[in-house]
Design a protein around this ligand. Sequence first.
Ligand SMILES: Cc1cc2nc3c(=O)[nH]c(=O)nc-3n(C[C@H](O)[C@H](O)[C@H](O)COP(=O)(O)O)c2cc1C
Length: 185
Amino acid sequence: MDAIHQRRSVRNYTQQAIDKATVNAVLNAAVLAPTAMHQEPWSFVVIQDRGVLDRLSDKCEEQVREEAKRGDFPSSKHRLHLAGVPEFHVFHKAGTLIIICGKHTGPFVAADCWLAAENLMLAACANGLGTCVIGFAVEALNTAEWKAELKIPNEMTVIAPIIIGVPASEPPATSRKPPEILLWK
Ligand SMILES: Cc1cc2nc3c(=O)[nH]c(=O)nc-3n(C[C@H](O)[C@H](O)[C@H](O)COP(=O)(O)O)c2cc1C
């Protein structure tokens, strides 16, 4: 319950690197998630190379600008706005990105991967680390170019990119509406 209540999306990180043991600990927590028909349909990519993260951030921003130039309604006005902010970095300058990939297609593959994602984020939080899902990067990561660069087999799908690091500041408090109960018979 402590981790559930304390977890917040962190968008400001120190430059302190996350060591291998810590990455393995959160990955081990991720794979304890419930999984439909015990398929365990997840694979992980860990990126700690600053150059790769910067290039990927640039690619995500470029994609949004191109959508706008083509006159396509950008998938999100918010993303387009962010892409225009000079200091913006899609990964909030975090030093580690963990990408959860679905190994095949199937009705519950995405569900399993998101459950693994939440386990990972709660485990990180319980260890004093911050995380944030980066949906902004999903489209770029699913291009043939980036799958090839990151050795993600073509039949796999990137589902949940998550940054992780040591928080540099306390994230602002957020709130939630109370659960809306449609029926309780
Ligand atoms: C599917 C998904 C995609 C998200 N994508 C981004 C993103 O691209 N960049 C970002 O800074 N936060 C992203 N977030 C984080 C949300 O903005 C955040 O969870 C929400 O504002 C609630 O705040 P909290 O996580 O601190 O409770 C994403 C969250 C989810 C679940």
